[in-house]
Design a protein around this ligand. Sequence first.
Ligand SMILES: Cc1cc2nc3c(=O)[nH]c(=O)nc-3n(C[C@H](O)[C@H](O)[C@H](O)COP(=O)(O)O)c2cc1C
Length: 356
Amino acid sequence: MRVKVAEHAALFYRDGTVIWDDYLHHRQFAISETAELLCRKFARFADVDELLAPLAEADRVALRKVLDELVEAGVLVVEGSPRHEEELRLLRGWADWGASARYFHFASRTLGDAPYLGADEHDAALEAKLSTVPPPPPFRSLGGERVPLPARPARPSWAREGLFDVLLARRTTREFGDGPLPLGRVGELLAVLAAPSPVRPRIGRSGTVFKTTPSGGGRHPVEVYVHARSVEGLAPGWYHYDGSAHVLERIGPVWTAEEMSEAAGDQEWVGRAPLVLAYTAVLERTRWRYDTSRAYRVVQMDVGHLSQTAYLVATALGFGIGFTAALRDELVELALGCDAYHEVVLGMSALGPLPE
Ligand SMILES: Cc1cc2nc3c(=O)[nH]c(=O)nc-3n(C[C@H](O)[C@H](O)[C@H](O)COP(=O)(O)O)c2cc1C
């Protein structure tokens, strides 16, 4: 019998034990030190009998027992077995995306027996949680210098554009005119993206908030940051938009076009943009309500929805806009001062006047 370690799993250490995490079948269990060391011997297909042959009878019997258990548990796959076939299909399907993409996807993929609470049950669980774990605030203020934005009209002039016309006009723009963007219009865009909805401004007891964009569980984990290069009346640099107060909070660093382009995976069109919005997610907001790994996907979906709102509003305002997911997250985190383990960078939109 030739066996090797299965590739649809990851090993990690917890409380002094090694955990085998079979993300494909959602099974986690501790493995012994002997099992861990044996796995090393089967990094590639190897014949069990050949490997055990030089050992003393007692050791052979003991190790054979461990190996049989590892095969039974799916830690080792037998060459040519249905499990081996399944693994080959998986590896072909995910090819160059590699182990980490497979891990993330399949660990957060729901299986047929995934437990879901009914709405009433979930509400009751959250109600109980409210008294022990207070929900994180849905808005944030960084403190420091604040730049008030011009007052918003109750109904902005661009709101009269027909939705269908806007949808047809929407496209990714990677060239921008030079002229500065008016601060008032930038403020209107930010308010539509990240302020509470004027028709449903109430913040729920559990921190649920409503905006123009949908968000999983109404958690709105996405924070919007602004890099101004050419915005009328606004000093260049990075800001955080506080949607509850409708103000920009100065963070500081002014990025050169080269620095912006480097952070955007060397895309020069992003470096040249008069305005860049960076989106991050405060994981705690979504995690407070949803404690399964699948919620990580919800966060990714949230930013997709928000970006589409940005696309449509920018188009209605007559701005050019393009979204980018190709980022050097770490550079953005450093500029914004966000802790990557709690607030993750998701993407950026580059905006500017349409070219002449
Ligand atoms: C999730 C996502 C990620 C994207 N990332 C990039 C990017 O990194 N660079 C880029 O130039 N365009 C990016 N785009 C824009 C797409 O290339 C663009 O939407 C596509 O070419 C279709 O063009 P359209 O938006 O004009 O319809 C992204 C779009 C989405 C939705």
